[in-house]
Write a protein that binds this ligand. Structure first.
Ligand code: ADP
Ligand code: MG
Length: 228
């Protein structure tokens, strides 16, 4: 065997569990906590935006249960696309690219890595934010790079996703030290220093939810780091 690359297919039900983990973690109180960060350094609507996006998605899947990964992620995307703020459309397009990464059934790890790269590129094309501007990009770029590097040679998909999520959390935590160059937090200058960027934190939690979905942990997502 000369080809050392492999492509792991993610676990059956990954798309459904990822979506449900997002509902659990954000609608279970984290959206409100992230909203408080936006109150300190933005206009305060972030928590409501993310809660209403996921609430809309949750009602949609209850009425019309998706059949596959693409359907679950599309429901999340539509929830965000129907929501206001800057984060609504950006996360909406982000999840639309992730939804499109798979053929029938669950994506492979490499397909997910490509989907994540495409999703981040879309967010940057519309939002024009670079790493260091104190936005969701600070979490998403390191996560996408990590997954892209690991996916072709990974033997354990949960472990590769976990490394990507760790990179996202590290990137998100780093936003606290920054002043914002994009979004409403950029209007308040030094006031934003010391405050975690809510969009970056949410993006990192999205990656953590993917780990939970792949590894099937009953405990779900531990997002306690946003308060430390
Ligand atoms: P608004 O700033 O319009 O009130 P939200 O409160 O819904 O929007 O979302 C704020 C989040 O959106 C920020 O925490 C940041 O992560 C993200 N964000 C803002 N502007 C951009 C941008 N240009 N590119 C990427 N993300 C952005
Ligand atoms: Mg806001």
């Amino acid at each position: 065997m000369t080809d050392t690359t492999m492509d792991l297919t993610l676990a059956e039900g990954f798309g459904r569990r990822w979506t449900e983990a997002l509902f659990d973690v954000f609608l279970g109180g984290r959206a409100q906590e992230l909203g408080k960060l936006d109150q300190r350094a933005g206009d305060g609507d972030f928590g409501n935006n993310i809660a209403s996006a996921l609430g809309r998605a949750q009602r949609a899947v209850a009425t019309d249960p998706p059949r596959d990964y693409r359907g679950w992620l599309t429901a999340v995307s539509r929830g965000f696309l129907g929501t206001g703020g800057t984060s609504g459309p950006l996360f909406g397009m982000f999840f639309r690219d992730l939804a499109r990464c798979a053929g029938d059934g669950e994506p492979t790890l490499t397909e997910l890595a490509h989907g994540l790269n495409a999703a981040v590129a879309t967010v940057q094309r519309y939002g024009k934010a670079e790493v260091g501007h104190k936005t969701m990009i600070d979490a998403l770029v390191p996560a996408a790079r990590t997954l892209h590097d690991l996916a072709p040679h990974a033997t354990d998909a949960a472990q590769a996703l976990s490394r990507a999520a760790e990179a996202a959390v590290e990137g998100a935590r780093g936003t606290a030290a920054l002043v914002a160059r994009r979004g409403r937090a950029s209007y308040v200058g030094e006031v934003a220093r010391g405050v975690l960027d809510p969009g970056a934190a949410a993006a990192a939690i999205v990656l953590q939810a993917a780990v939970a979905a792949q590894s099937g942990t009953a405990t779900g997502v531990d997002a306690g780091w946003i308060n430390t």
